[in-house]
Design a binder for this molecule. Structure first.
Ligand code: ATP
Length: 140
C-alpha cells in the first residue's frame, strides 16, 4: 500500500529524501520556508509549499497529522527542528524521522518522541568506513 510522506526542509538531505521517495513511486508533500527551495521542487514533489513549519496553525492547515511519515530535515536552525518535531509528534503522526545536527540535538529529538533520529554525515561516514574495511579484508 502507498504511504504518504511529508518532508520538511529541502536542503541537500531533505531534497535527496524527496527525490528518492518520488523515484520509488511515493507521494510526497515537500515543505520549506524559502520560496526559492520550494520552486526547485514544484515539478518534482507531488505538492510543494512555502510554509514555516514552526507555526502550529500552518502545520494544522497542511493536515500534517494525516501523513503516515514526516521527515523533519531542518538542520542548522535547531530550535525550528525541535519545535517542528515536537508539534508533529503531538499532532499524532506515527512515524517521525528527524535529522540531527549534533549529539545534543539528537538526544533532545529522541526525548521529545522522534521515532528515528538520523545524522546523515556521521551515518554515511560509518557506512563508508565499514565498506572500506570490508574491501580491505577482501583484498588480502
Ligand atoms: P543540508 O545539509 O541538508 O543541506 P542543513 O543542515 O544545511 O541542510 P538547513 O539549510 O539549515 O539545513 O535547513 C534545510 C532547509 O530547511 C532549508 O532549505 C531551510 O530553508 C529549511 N527550513 C529551515 N527552517 C524552516 C522552518 N521553520 N520551516 C520550514 N523550513 C525550514
Amino acid at each position: 500500500m502507498k504511504k504518504s510522506f511529508a518532508v520538511i526542509g529541502l536542503g541537500r538531505f531533505g531534497g535527496s529524501v524527496t527525490r528518492n521517495l518520488i523515484e520509488s513511486g511515493q507521494e510526497v508533500l515537500a515543505i520549506d520556508s524559502t520560496e526559492e527551495r520550494v520552486n526547485e521542487y514544484m515539478n518534482i514533489a507531488t505538492h510543494a509549499v512555502v510554509a514555516n513549519a514552526q507555526d502550529e496553525n500552518t502545520l494544522r492547515s497542511l493536515g500534517i497529522r494525516n501523513f503516515d511519515t514526516v521527515v523533519v530535515a531542518i538542520g542548522e536552525d535547531i530550535q525550528a527542528s525541535i519545535l517542528t518535531t515536537l508539534m508533529v509528534k503531538e499532532m499524532g503522526v506515527a512515524n517521525v524521522w528527524a535529522k540531527a545536527q549534533n549529539d545534543y540535538h539528537a538526544r533532545v529529538l529522541e526525548k521529545i518522541g522522534a521515532d528515528r533520529v538520523v545524522h546523515p554525515e556521521r551515518d554515511m561516514g560509518k557506512r563508508i568506513a565499514h565498506r572500506l574495511v570490508a574491501r580491505n579484508l577482501l583484498d588480502y
